[in-house]
Design a protein around this ligand. Structure first.
Ligand code: CA
Length: 223
């Protein structure tokens, strides 16, 4: 997933980002409400982690504006321990869940997993011919045999699997796998796809290149 972290406490944000990246997510960080609002209006994310006590536009206002734009983006708010009123207002404004500070990172991770699940109604295991990918355990296997994929390859595979049989543009892959300021170009995506394709080949799983446009995970042939 691509996650936006809006948190003005640099130490806390650092810990959050480290932990989320370790779990294979692409994470962007903003320190003010105004920046969060701008980022949300211009980029696509899969989840927002929003501190309510932000400078230059509070978190509640960021959330109100987000929902006013009809966005369904899952939002996890971070509140002060004694911020019960803010928490209630946040949930009323359409936040999906909250965590009171201080919290342990394992708890945050669990909330993030739950919100990711809520975002899609299907099973956490995506199957495609001989290939299966457990999106929670982050394990891909061919006929039950685990294949070694990097975090980035897994992220690409997930997007392709979710849109199997349909074209996925390179830009979409760049947006959902990479973070701001990261020097990951459409060319780098080609390299990742090339590696992924090689690893999937023996399972008869084909990633087709649609010239100048993107990629498509070919529908599995019926046996
Ligand atoms: Ca704060």
């Amino acid at each position: 997933m691509r996650i936006l972290v809006a948190e003005d406490d640099a130490t806390l944000a650092d810990g959050l980002m480290h932990s989320l990246r370790h779990s294979g997510h692409a994470v962007d960080w903003v320190k003010t409400g105004a920046e969060a609002d701008g980022a949300l209006a211009s980029s696509e994310f899969d989840l927002l982690i929003l501190d309510l006590g932000l400078p230059k536009m509070g978190g509640l206002e960021v959330l109100r504006r987000l929902r006013a734009r009809q966005s369904q983006l899952p939002v996890l708010i971070l509140t002060a321990m004694d911020g019960i009123e803010d928490r209630v207002r946040g949930l009323d404004l359409g936040a999906d869940d909250y965590l009171a500070k201080p919290f342990v990172l394992a708890e945050l991770e669990a909330r993030v997993r739950a919100l990711a699940r809520r975002g899609r109604s299907d099973s956490p295991v995506l199957c495609h011919g001989a290939l299966s990918y457990d999106t929670e355990g982050k394990v891909a296997s061919i006929r039950g045999e685990v294949i070694g994929l990097s975090a980035r390859e897994l992220a690409l595979l997930k997007i392709l699997l979710q849109r199997a049989g349909r074209m996925v543009s390179k830009e979409h892959l760049v947006d959902h796998v990479c973070e701001w300021g990261e020097e990951v170009s459409a060319n780098a995506i080609e390299v990742y796809i090339h590696r992924l394709r090689k690893k999937l080949e023996r399972g008869g799983v084909k990633i087709v290149t649609i010239r100048g446009l993107g990629y498509c995970l070919e529908r599995p042939r019926p046996n």
